[in-house]
Design a binder for this molecule. Structure first.
Ligand SMILES: [Zn+2]
Length: 394
């Protein structure tokens, strides 16, 4: 893809801008015709603070970070040395970073097929598929279901059989038969609401503003959306694909996100940035800073590439607000190179979806849109508990 005409025009001025921290003026318009990009970091490792934050501060641009609420201030999980703590998160939010929920405990929000049939006296279910994380979450309630029947049980543990197949142990026998060809398992509505609501409330209790969700493992389906929309304005990664969201077609629960360092190559990212600039679209791009290949210089390369194309880097909150969704919240991130003044974030009134226990989702009007979610799957699983790319269809 060749550089757009717009890109050429902007190059003539980019020299003058090079090195200067771009003032990220947000909240000035209720809609925007400008090219924008959201940079998303997953999981809340301390490396967000060590690698990404200094570069973003230096470049004067925000990011949106997905935080697992039960990991804040802990040793974290998987490949991260430790998770971000409240102090670091507070500093990052004060600068202009958006804190998003990444669920309570990094739980997949989609359903999984079963690897084995279930007999009435079985108290195990074998979810099948990449990142079938439900067995790891004892205490959560799960539904085993097919087109005709549904049984709800509590997860009490997990294990692997002699063939190394992962299973979840249930609190009591399922009580009926399910055929692996037609049955699936998923978190019950009660648990879906619990983990989505609790994560948001916990992060808010630390003083953070939480409007949006980052879905673990890039798993987001019609079922995920049904509950997410009760608590969140949008999701950062509904579709793992290219990161281009066309202006006028932006759907807060149908966002397309790509990666910009891992799982891709730089020429592909440049092409996507060219397209974002040319179409004045919204680009959403993510990275896992706990990965060794995610370096400060590659983060800076991404930010500079966006700037050189005159793509405004904003938070997802701002991008969705500019697209007419969610908030009347106004966030202003101010940066200069001439002072060391801490950038300010000003928060004004906001409107939220209701965060109530009783909120029953009865609105299925948007759900049809998402039936084709699985089509981008099959890219291949990646090693690591929390770093996998994709998912199969629900
Ligand atoms: Zn994650």
């Amino acid at each position: 893809m060749e550089l757009s005409r717009r890109g050429f025009l902007k190059l003539s001025t980019s020299t003058a801008l090079a090195g200067a921290v771009t003032a990220t003026t947000v909240g000035a318009q209720s809609t925007t015709e400008n090219a924008q990009a959201v940079i998303v970091y997953d999981d809340g490792p301390v490396t967000d603070y060590q690698k990404a934050f200094p570069v973003h501060k230096d470049e004067g641009v925000p990011a949106s970070i997905g935080i697992v609420s039960e990991w804040v201030g802990t040793d974290g999980s998987g490949s991260m040395d430790r998770a971000l703590n409240k102090k670091e998160l507070t500093e990052m939010e004060s600068f202009g970073f958006e804190i998003m929920s990444h669920t309570r405990e990094h739980t997949s929000l989609k359903s999984f097929p079963l690897a084995k049939d279930i007999a009435p006296d079985d108290d195990r279910a074998y979810p099948n598929g990449t990142h079938a994380s439900h067995p790891f979450h004892a205490g959560y309630e799960v539904e085993i279901y097919d087109g005709d029947s549904s049984v709800t049980r509590n997860i009490v543990g997990s294990g692997r059989n002699d063939d190394d197949e992962l299973y979840m142990k249930l609190d009591k026998p399922v009580g009926m038969s399910f055929d692996a060809d037609s049955a699936r398992e998923r978190l019950s509505p009660k648990t879906m609401r619990y983990i989505l609501r609790d994560s948001k409330r916990t992060l808010e209790s630390y003083g953070f503003t939480v409007d949006n969700l980052l879905a673990p493992y890039d798993h987001f389906t019609e079922y995920s959306e049904k509950f997410t929309k009760e608590f969140y304005t949008g999701v950062a990664n509904a579709i793992d694909s290219n990161g281009i969201n066309q202006r006028g077609e932006i759907d807060p629960y149908g966002t397309r996100r790509d990666y910009f360092i891992e799982f891709t190559d730089w020429s592909a990212v440049r092409d996507e940035l060219d397209a974002v600039a040319e179409d004045n679209a919204l680009g959403i791009f993510g990275a896992h800073t706990q990965r060794d290949e995610v370096t400060k210089s590659k983060i800076r390369r991404m930010i500079r590439a966006a700037k050189s194309r005159d793509i405004e880097i904003v938070t997802l909150r701002q991008a969705l607000a500019d697209a007419g969704f969610g908030a009347t919240r106004t966030t202003t991130t101010t940066n200069t190179t001439t002072t060391s003044t801490t950038p300010k974030t000003t928060t004004t009134m906001t409107t939220h979806p209701p965060s109530t226990d009783s909120a029953e989702s009865s609105d299925g009007s948007m759900l049809e849109t998402f039936e084709s979610f699985g089509i981008v799957g099959g890219v291949g699983a990646v090693a690591g508990f929390i770093l996998g790319r994709r998912s199969e269809s629900e």
